[in-house]
Ligand binder design. Structure first.
Ligand SMILES: [Mg+2]
Length: 259
């Protein structure tokens, strides 16, 4: 625990670590106060591409937590920086404002006629017409990208289809496999780490806190970050035994970190 408390940087998954649905988890307020008080640098990470950092800031503010927008890193931002690094300039997008804004911000324009890329993220504006259009564009040569490889996402109404489930009909119809950017792809972690590097903080000084063995912990291990599992989300102690790798520490929740 002392090793964890001595880290300079903290990357925290959000769902199951900070909140569940629209409810802040126990101990989170104290943990965020501890981060600020001890001058720790931190990023809140989410594979969901629907919301922009500003919208996430507002979501947390509604739950009574004050965290400024630069502390958020999303699969939408990671997808935008990946596409920028690939020299992309046009994309057809099935996704929400968080994704579309992130792409605009790196100079990618939306094109539904002859785009270089078809990019799929989570959205409620998902319909037969845009699946057909995406299929046509991929068949014409556009590259197929998913913001993250989650199949479902927990909501207050239960498990809902997430990016990988939404992209599946397009993959099936085109016989093409999408490339997925979010966790556990180390691209997502590298993009987050780049923001720490600017502050001269490097991977041995960073802990990754998450609630999922199959995304958060594997991403932490493969990126050389201290893997810390919390049991406030989907994993239990029994879950851990099913995986060929282990977190360094298992905590009930992030509140345990405050001294
Ligand atoms: Mg989570």
């Amino acid at each position: 625990m002392e090793l964890l408390r001595s880290k300079k940087g903290f990357i925290c998954d959000m769902d199951g670590v900070i909140y569940h649905g629209n409810t802040l988890l126990n101990g989170v307020k104290e943990f965020v106060e501890w981060l600020y008080k001890n001058d720790k640098k931190f990023l809140f990470l989410t594979n969901n591409s629907q919301k922009s950092p500003k919208e996430l800031q507002q979501k947390l503010a509604r739950m009574g937590l004050d965290v400024s927008a630069e502390h958020f890193h999303t699969a939408a931002l990671a997808t935008a920086s990946f596409l920028q690094s690939q020299g992309a300039s046009t994309a057809y997008v099935i996704g929400d404002a968080g994704l579309i804004n992130a792409l605009y911000n790196v100079g990618i324009s939306i094109n539904d006629v002859d785009p270089e890329y078809v990019v799929i993220g989570e959205t409620e504006n998902y319909n037969f017409e845009n699946i057909c259009r995406a299929t046509r564009l991929v068949n014409k040569g556009a590259k197929l990208i998913g913001t993250n490889s989650d199949i479902t996402t927990p909501t207050e109404k239960g498990e809902m289809p997430a990016c990988k489930a939404l992209i599946a009909p397009i993959e099936a119809a085109t016989n093409k496999k999408a490339y997925f950017v979010g966790k556990p792809n180390p691209l997502m972690m590298r993009a987050a780490m780049n923001r720490f590097h600017e502050m001269n903080i490097h991977s041995p000084d960073v802990a990754m806190i998450g609630d999922r063995m199959d995304t958060d912990m594997v991403a932490a291990i493969e990126s050389g970050l201290d893997p810390i599992l919390v049991l406030s989300g989907v994993s239990s102690r029994e879950t851990v035994a099913k995986f060929p790798y282990r977190p360094r520490l298992i905590l009930d929740g992030v509140g345990d970190i405050c001294d």
